[in-house]
Every structure is written in C-alpha cells, then in structure tokens.
Design a protein around this ligand. Structure first.
Ligand code: ADP
Ligand code: MG
Length: 580
C-alpha cells in the first residue's frame, strides 16, 4: 500500500480533483428528485406548463453540469490510475532486470509475466474505481437518506431500516464470492501457464503426437475454471434479484404510507415520488459499491503479488571498478578454490576448482552432461556468485567490477542460441552499438557465418523471427558466435556453441578463432574431444570436480576420465575433421 501511494504521489492533484468532481456530480444528482417533486406539485398540480418547461430545462442543465463533472472526474481518475501504474510497471521491470540468474531461476518467467501485465492492469482498474466511487457511493447513500429525512421523517425511517438490510445482503454475497474469485484467478493462472507451455513447446508436442493429451489436459483445466466461475456467477447472480426484491418491497411500503400521509395532507404527491427516487438511487449506488469492493479486493491481492517481487532484493551487488587494464604475467582468468552450490542442501555443482588462464590461451572444458561445464564458465561474467573461493579477471575479483565493466571484457555465447526479433544487423550490433558493416562481416567471417548472410537476398537486413525460428540451429549458433565476436572481447566463452555444426565447420571455426583472435583468452566448452584437443589447457570435469588439467597428450596418459571420453568418441569422422 505504501508503495502504491509512492507511485501515486506524482499524481496528487489528479487523485484529489477526481473524487472532488465526483462528489460535485453526486450533489447535483441528489437535487434531481427535488426538482421532479416540484414539477409534480407545482407545475402539474396547477396545470402550469411554462413552469414544467422551465423546470424541465433546469433538469437538462443539471444533467449537463453533472455530465461535465463526471467527465472531468473520469479524466483525472484515469490519468492518476494509468500514470501511477505505468510508473509502477516501469519500476517493476527495472527491478526484474536487477535480479541475478538465481532469483530469475527460482521465481520463474511465467509468473513474472503475469505480474507485470495482468496484475498491474488490475491494480490500475482498482485505483481508477477507488478514485471515482470510494467517496461517491457512501456520499449518495447517506446523502439520499438525509434528503429523505428533510422531506418526511416518518417515511425516511424506512430508509434507515432498508439500508442496513441491503448492506447485509450485498456484503454477505460478497463475503462468499471473494474467496472464490481468488480461486478463479489462480485457476486462470494455471490455464495460462498451460497455454504458454504448449505453444512454446509446440514442436515437441507434435513430434510426440501429444496433441490429444494436451487438449484433454487443457480441457480439464478450463472445465475446472468454468465450473468455479459458474458457481461464483450463480451466487453473485442472487445479488440483483434479492436487492431488487427488497427495494421494491420497500417502495410498496413507502407508497402505501406515503399515500396515507398525502391523504392526511402531510405530504404532497411530488414528495412521495422524490422519496421513491431516492430509494432507487441508494440501490444503484450500493450495487456499484459492491462492485467496487470486489475489484478493490482483487486489486489488493494483485498488489501484494507485485509487492512480493518488489520486496525481493537482488542477490548480488555490483562492484565499483569499471575498467581494469590487462597486465602482462597476470592471469586473465583465475579460479581460486571455487565451489558453488545452486540451492541450499543440494550437491555442489562445482567443488574446489583451481586454474589460471593467460591472455591468448585457449582453454578447453570437457565433461559429461551435468558435470558443471556451463556452471564453470558462467562464473566468469558473474552470472552467479560463488559459494566459496574467488574468481579473478585480470587479477581482480569479479565482484569488484561493475556489471558493465566486467561484461564488456567477456563475450559469451550461451549454450542455447538466442536471437531476438529484428534484422540480423540489429542482432549482431548487440555486441557493439556502432559496429560498421565491415566489422560485422569480419566477425561473421570468423564465425563461419558469412555465407548465411550472403545467401539471403537482403543480407544483413534479413529479418530474424522471434527466437530465431527462421534459422536452423547451426545458423543460429554461428550468428550468436559472431555477435560475441563483434564486441572484440578479451575473454571469449563458447559454451557448447558448435554442437549443431558439422565437424568440418567446427574445425574451420576453431582455426579462424586461433588466427583472428590471437590475444583473446578463449574458453571452449564441448562434449566432443576433437573440438578441444588442441587447446593450451584442457579442464576435465567429472561431477563438479576437476578430474585433470593439462594438454591432450598428458591427460590422455594420466587422466582416466579424459581417456574414456576420447576413446568413446574416436570415430573415423572425427579423425577426418581433425585433419581438416
Ligand atoms: P553441463 O553444462 O556440464 O551440462 P551444468 O553446469 O549446466 O552442466 O550443470 C551442473 C549441475 O548444476 C547439474 O547437476 C545441474 O542440475 C545443476 N544446475 C545447473 N544450473 C542450475 C540452476 N540454474 N539451478 C540449479 N541447479 C542448476
Ligand atoms: Mg552446459
């Protein structure tokens, strides 16, 4: 709540003017029954048609003033609601971007998406309704009651009796339905999750011919959702008939007593009509109020979901060193007794890793799946923090660097090749904003991706679809390598980035890297022994521990894990690739 008020502070003026104009509108509305009463009592009773016309004109005037106030109020309320929720959305997005991988892993992408979209939208609706109705509805309810008292105390006593009954009915129904509305929200979340998963995995679903199962599953989820909604709908459906029955019973009683008062000469006919009008104004407002409360409850639930994310502090803090020159005889990357455990209680993904890499060296990292290869290289750009030990880049702990300072030194080609929608040029320029076409082509040349671009009619201007779907796996990998090269990094990390390339292209890529990036320290992660065979150092990982570090020949002699990997892979094809 405090956080919400913080974002609304910018819109103080609107947040006050909105409700104020709404109250003004309500005051004019409360005058209408009095004018109608005087039309009946004076105009019609005396057959004075010019009086009726004049009063009719007054009614129209009141209507126009009311409408103007209402539009003005709407304008301010909408401005405050949209403005403050936009600010909130922006803040939330910024906050998400400050999260480290660790938070993103545990929270999960799909809830983050719902929070930044539909949850914030609900909060926006809530703010808007509160600004418009929160003051107005009680004002009309009590205002109408007071107006009734000024007309006739005896009849007004009905109002005093009917209002609490209506309140009880409306709030009882709400009390029952609100928890169910929450349930609807969470079931809707499930349906959305299912749709999202199904669509993003559509190729797998088709390949395993799971469409029918997926549809059944979806059908089940959405039927549950429908049943809950039907149930809530039925209960809320009682609201109108019940309240109308009560109000109409009250109107009958009112007309009956009112009629006797008229006979006794205490009340006029017009006053009875005014009383009936006030009664229906109260009903309409109470129903609006109920709607407001349902919406506010939903909005508060959404707000607390948003707050939960906002209250989560990013697990890593940025250092201050923006630039650190590379020094001779200082290792470019050094691991000192590094261990990392992803979750409390889990096994260490890496334990006690030590090595040094000097500028210009190529470091091969090999090991079975899940042995910790990706974990090892993700520590260099500080995607995760170590649990123990130190990671040094150019002789400084990575935690001392600003994110930008550190990451401008490191070019990462992630295991999963991700491209964004836009042209190939735009994608490659992620590495360096002002890179010229020559630079891009040079990077493509090294990454063996020049022909991909040249084969396309529009060259660098070829559109890449969302997620790079119009490119093959190997093409995507080569483009992501080129993207990292454009930055001309000191440290280049290729995390299994050649897995979709054929052996010959893989070999050509390595050769080009050796020739063009002489000064860079290159980390080559691979499951193929042939890929890393010629590296200056090979780090062999086995279940998070280093099984051996050294050159191919030494390791082949002394390291059993390495020998097994090599022997299991020495096919004729690889030999051929090696010669290439
Ligand atoms: P590799 O790249 O060699 O296949 P990884 O470094 O990806 O292996 O994974 C090493 C171990 O760490 C695995 O047991 C994996 O389950 C675990 N792991 C990897 N990433 C995460 C993560 N984000 N959260 C929790 N555990 C993880
Ligand atoms: Mg991996």
């Amino acid at each position: 709540m405090k956080r919400l008020l913080y974002y609304m502070k910018e819109y103080k003026k609107e947040s006050i003017l909105g409700p104020l104009f709404k109250l003004l509108e309500a005051s004019f509305e409360l005058l209408v029954p009095l004018v109608v009463a005087s039309i009946i009592d004076t105009g019609i009773a005396n057959r004075d048609s010019s009086y009726v016309l004049r009063m009719g004109g007054l009614l129209i005037l009141l209507g126009i003033i009311g409408l103007t106030c209402s539009i003005t109020a709407q304008y301010f309320a909408a401005k405050a609601a949209v403005g403050s929720s936009t600010a909130m959305r922006k803040a939330l997005f910024e906050h998400l971007n400050s999260f480290s991988y660790k938070e993103l892993d545990t929270i999960g992408t799909s809830t983050l998406i719902t929070r930044i979209t539909s949850d914030i939208n609900q909060v926006q609706t809530g703010i808007n309704l509160v600004l418009r109705l929160f003051l107005r509805s009680p004002f009309i309810v009590f205002g109408a009651m007071i107006m009734a008292f000024t007309i006739d105390a005896k009849c007004a006593a009905f109002f005093a009796g009917v209002i609490p009954v209506l309140f009880i009915v409306v709030f009882a129904i709400m009390g029952i339905t609100i928890p169910w509305y929450r349930k609807v929200q969470s079931q809707l979340d499930r349906v959305l999750l299912h749709v999202r998963e199904n669509l993003s995995g559509v190729r797998v679903v088709r390949a395993f011919n799971r469409q029918q199962d997926e549809m059944d599953c979806f059908h089940q989820d959405s039927t549950t959702l429908m049943n809950t909604q039907l149930f809530v709908g039925r209960i809320s459906g009682l609201l109108n008939p019940l309240t109308y029955a009560i109000i109409n019973a009250a109107v009958i009683l009112l007309i009956w007593t009112g009629g006797r008062q008229v006979d006794a000469g205490i009340l006029s006919q017009g006053q009875v009509v005014a009383l009936v009008n006030y009664m229906s104004q109260i009903l309409v407002e109470l129903i609006k109020l109920a709607n407001l409360i349902v919406n506010v409850t939903k909005s508060l639930a959404c707000l607390s979901r948003i707050n939960k994310i906002m209250d989560r502090e990013p697990g890593m803090t940025e250092g201050t060193v923006a630039d650190q020159k590379q020094k001779k005889n200082v290792p470019c990357v050094e691991f000192k007794n590094v261990s990392i455990t992803y979750e409390k209680g889990a096994d260490a993904a890496l334990s006690h890793v030590n090595f040094q890499a000097y500028p210009g060296e190529t470091i091969g990292v090999i090991g079975g799946t899940g042995s910790g290869k990706s974990t090892l290289v993700s520590l260099i750009p500080r995607f995760y923090d170590v649990s123990e030990g130190e990671v040094l880049v150019d002789g400084r702990n990575v935690q001392d660097y600003t994110y930008e300072g550190l990451r401008s030194k490191v070019g990462v080609v992630p295991q999963k090749a991700v491209l964004f929608s836009g042209t190939i040029r735009e994608n490659l320029q992620w590495g360096k904003k002002d890179a010229t076409d020559e630079e891009l082509y040079a990077a493509l040349e090294t990454a063996q991706g020049r022909e991909i671009v040249e084969k396309k009619e529009k060259g660098l201007d070829t559109e890449v679809l969302q997620g790079g779907r119009n490119l093959s796996g190997g093409q995507r990998q080569r483009l992501t390598i080129a993207r990292a090269l454009v930055r001309d990094p000191e440290i280049l990390i290729l995390d299994d980035s050649a897995s979709a390339l054929d052996f010959a292209t893989d070999a050509k890529l390595r050769k080009a890297l050796r020739e063009h990036k002489k000064e860079a320290t290159v980390f080559l992660v691979s499951q193929r022994a042939a890929t890393i065979r010629q590296a200056d150092q090979i780090i062999v990982l086995d279940d998070g521990a280093v099984a051996g570090i050294g050159k191919h020949d030494e390791l082949y002699q002394n390291c059993e894990v390495y020998r097994e990997i090599c022997n299991s892979q020495s096919s004729a094809e690889e030999e051929k690739a090696h010669e290439a």
